[in-house]
Design a protein around this ligand. Structure first.
Ligand SMILES: Nc1ncnc2c1ncn2[C@@H]1O[C@H](COP(=O)(O)OP(=O)(O)OP(=O)(O)O)[C@@H](O)[C@H]1O
Length: 721
């Protein structure tokens, strides 16, 4: 067939209005669906399909069976009923016969059915009513063109005046006008994986010949999406490596003689690092010793000991005569990190003889300070001066830390604690700025508190290397988790809490406060606190902590809790991450169904941190399928990575990946939970390709496509994606 051949990236520039049959009205309607270019149109995929190959002639529809019927709607009207119930009836007719469609409680149907002009696909169970065949509340989907045996149904949203077959027609028009899309994925790769070329893949995803071709098409398009994204990420990584000359931190804690500071530090730790911590540290030390800038993600389950690993990384930098900075997402967390790192470093009783290039001639212990939005101006000035002079080794802070005044004598490592916020844009802005400030790039270590499924990490953090801390410190017992569904079971939970307090242990009661910025919500926690004081927890020493307290007040409550002057801490999710009080053994989470899996797992991680048996009670009377699945998962598993996978399946990628999915890297077809192997394949091939051809000189079409999809600018890409 002779026809026009078009490059895929050109489709991103051609407007739908250039298609025959798409006039101004249709162009506007499509724009309302976010479809502006021809590329948008061919990647606007059906929500589902009606399989007309399995359709039954109306005359042969047998009562008791679920069938698909296709016909014209006649005689739609509202039938008066006794008792005021709305009943709409219509006849569905084809050449073989007719059947009654009955809709109860759906008054809008009368008008809707009367307005349908073409054929409709009706799906439902055939019943007998007064000896006539009838379908009650069937699914009705309009279909216009008979494009094939399987008819696509497109998501329509608010686009007025456009139905599914209009979209199908416009899509079909694209395939009429163009005989081929020039592929950007190397054909050998497609052949190797048994995938369709892009033209056939897109065509079959819109108008599948049968279920089997649809599946191959889906896989092909999913691979394309993943591959393009992975090539972009691999390129980002390779370019960064080539560009940035990083400080070579030659200290390795496990190589005797190479790092006195670290040896001393580890020798004075009250415990041995676990194997998991050791191997993560070894990977980090190797990266930091190389002239390549490290870009590494550190993952570990709750309580796996990420803090220690990050502290060792910081000390590697300090030992080599450089500085380290740790950035936390909130002030509470910055304060907590500062406290725990200071303790760790102090406990190590660093000898005065430790010297590094920074402080040659003036031996002193490692210095660490905290800088947040609430640091007083004078102190802030002094601290910034110290950083500039190299008198301060480690600074912990929030993003407020980074403004133009900030300069380091020699910054060697940036640790970013992202929690589950995925603040990619902040991360890149931060390292970019710091890189600009000095000649060589600092190494970057990103920590996440919540385990991320492997495939998701490869997508969200695809430009980073990943270290996972396997296992937990020894002596940890499983937190016994129960779901208390009734008031009686809740009483059992509080009784157990009282019993534990009676033998000297502590606990938490968490109240669900979604938005701590509103007074109303804070009042709700305060009221619950007062109620508990009069009721379930009467006579115990209670503390209250929430986001609206001042830093000083929060600090005081936390100190009292740590010092065991408080038995039970009534809290919002401010305690979700970072809080580490091993004597606490009971956690009661009220209205647990209001939290997500990751959050519940984080909260639960606040207990079971010591040697004592710990308990977590999820209070929730809600009995929906979602609550069942979520709370059930927590009861069944305490493995954060397993829970993360379940979460991904329950919630879908959008929510799990947060803001990162909102941009153009949105995966339309690929699913991170169901296409795991494909993610791995895409990544492996993308990396191999970039290893050979970093700037894609020999793959001009692929380069043009990436440019069209993601733009040129690295920061821009990270921001948008
Ligand atoms: N190797 C080890 N042996 C024994 N205890 C350890 C070890 N490493 C860390 N710990 C202790 O385990 C607890 C958890 O460590 P840490 O706070 O670093 O966990 P985390 O990974 O940050 O977890 P979370 O995300 O829950 O805060 C701390 O009390 C810490 O002192």
């Amino acid at each position: 067939m002779v026809g026009v051949v078009v490059r895929l990236d050109e489709l991103t520039r051609l407007r739908v209005s250039e298609l025959a049959g798409v006039g101004p009205a249709r162009t506007r309607a499509l724009a309302a669906l976010g479809v502006e270019t021809i590329y948008d149109l061919v990647t606007y995929f059906p929500r589902r399909y009606v399989d007309r190959s399995r359709e039954v002639p109306i005359g042969e529809a047998v009562p008791g069976e679920q069938v698909l019927l296709v016909g014209r709607v006649m005689d739609a009207r509202r039938i008066p009923t006794r008792g005021g119930r709305v009943l709409v009836e219509a006849q569905l007719v084809d050449s073989s016969g007719k059947i009654t469609l009955a809709f109860f409680g759906q008054p809008y149907r009368a008008k809707q059915l009367a307005n349908i002009t073409g054929e409709v696909a009706v799906f439902g169970r055939v019943e007998l009513f007064r000896r006539r065949r009838q379908m009650n509340n069937p699914l009705v989907d309009p279909i216009g063109d008979k494009t094939g045996a399987i008819v696509p149904l497109y998501p329509l949203r608010e686009a007025a005046g456009l139905n599914s077959s209009d979209i199908a027609r416009a899509v079909a028009q694209v395939f009429n006008e163009y005989a081929e899309f020039v592929d950007v994925v190397p054909p050998s790769l497609r052949g190797h994986l048994g995938l369709y070329d892009i033209y056939q893949a897109l065509w079959q995803l819109h108008f599948p010949t049968n279920e089997q071709t649809r599946q191959v098409a889906r896989k092909s398009v999913a691979f394309d999406e993943l591959f393009l994204l992975q090539v972009k990420l691999a390129q980002l990584r390779a370019e960064r490596e080539a560009r940035a000359v990083a400080t070579e931190h030659d200290a390795n804690p496990f190589v005797p003689g190479s790092a006195r500071l670290l040896e001393e530090f580890l020798a004075h730790l009250p415990y041995e690092p676990t194997d998991g911590q050791r191997s993560a540290i070894a990977e980090i030390a190797r990266d930091m010793a190389s002239p390549r800038a490290m870009h590494r993600l550190l993952q570990g389950d709750v309580g796996s000991g990420k803090t220690l690993v990050s502290v060792v990384a910081m000390l590697i930098a300090v030992q080599s005569g450089h500085q380290a900075v740790l950035v936390a997402p909130t002030e509470v967390l910055a304060e907590q990190h500062h406290r725990s790192i200071s303790t760790l470093v102090a406990e190590a009783r660093l000898p005065d003889s430790v010297t590094g290039r920074l402080f040659e001639g003036s031996p002193r212990p490692v210095s660490i300070d905290l800088l947040t939005g609430s640091t007083p101006a004078a102190r802030r000035r002094r601290l910034l001066a110290d950083l500039r002079a190299g008198a301060l080794d480690i600074v912990v802070g929030t993003h407020a830390l980074f403004n133009d005044e900030l300069a380091f004598a020699s910054l060697g490592l940036v640790v970013v604690d992202e929690q589950h916020r995925f603040g990619v844009e902040q991360r890149s802005a931060l390292t970019d700025r710091v890189t600009v400030d000095q000649g060589s790039a600092p190494d970057t270590l990103v920590m996440t508190a919540t385990p991320i499924p492997r495939t998701a990490a490869m997508t969200v953090y695809g430009d980073l290397d990943v270290s996972v801390i396997e296992g937990l410190p020894p002596g940890r017992q499983r937190v016994e988790t129960r779901w208390a569904r009734t008031a009686l079971e809740a009483q059992v939970a509080f009784t157990l809490l009282r019993d534990e307090v009676a033998v000297g242990r502590q606990g938490y009661v968490v109240c669900p406060v979604v938005d701590e910025s509103t007074k109303l919500q804070v009042r709700a926690v305060t009221e619950e606190f007062e109620r508990l004081q009069q009721a379930e927890l009467k006579g115990l020493r209670l503390g209250l902590i929430h986001g609206k307290l001042s830093s000083a007040a929060k600090d005081e409550v936390m100190r009292d809790f740590r010092d065991r002057a408080i038995d039970v801490l009534v809290a919002t999710t401010v305690i979700e991450v970072g809080v580490d009080v091993p004597n606490a053994t009971v956690m009661i989470i009220e209205d647990a169904d209001r939290f997500g899996i990751a959050q519940l797992h984080q909260l639960r991680g606040r207990v079971g941190r010591g040697a004592d048996k710990s308990y977590c009670y999820l209070l929730s009377e809600v009995d929906t399928a979602v609550a069942e699945a979520r709370l059930g998962a927590l009861v069944a598993s305490d493995d954060g990575f397993v829970l993360a996978e379940i979460d991904l399946e329950l919630r879908g990628e959008g929510t799990v990946l947060g803001g990162r999915q909102a941009g153009r890297t949105d995966l339309k077809v690929a699913s991170l939970s169901h296409d795991r192997d494909l993610v791995l394949e895409a990544r492996q091939h993308a990396r191999a390709l970039i290893a050979q051809d970093r700037s894609l000189e020999h793959h001009p079409r692929l380069r043009a496509m990436l440019q069209a999809l993601f733009g040129d600018d690295e920061a821009d890409f990270l921001l948008r994606s």
